[in-house]
Unconditional design. Structure first.
Length: 82
């Protein structure tokens, strides 16, 4: 069984739900620059598996890392925080 021992859990906002059983989640976070010690805003888009089709654009959700389901999709939707 291919499960990760400590899967990542990320919280973000849905920016696209146009694909079948897949949503695109925008995750924003702050990262400290190693040299200048200034905090920067970093945003990244993750594709997540959504089998129930239960969310819409603008919802805040939590996603968890899982096995690769396709070339780009390796997260699954676990909670709707809205």
């Amino acid at each position: 069984m291919n499960t990760t021992s400590n899967p990542k859990e990320l919280t973000g906002t849905i920016v696209s739900d146009k694909m079948q059983k897949t949503v695109v989640v925008l995750v924003k976070r702050y990262v400290k620059h190693p040299k200048y010690h200034k905090y920067m805003k970093i945003s990244k888009r993750y594709k997540a598996h959504n089998p129930e089709l239960s969310v819409a654009i603008g919802d805040t959700v939590t996603i968890r890392e899982c096995r690769p389901m396709s070339k780009d999709k390796h997260f699954i939707l676990i909670a709707n925080n809205a």
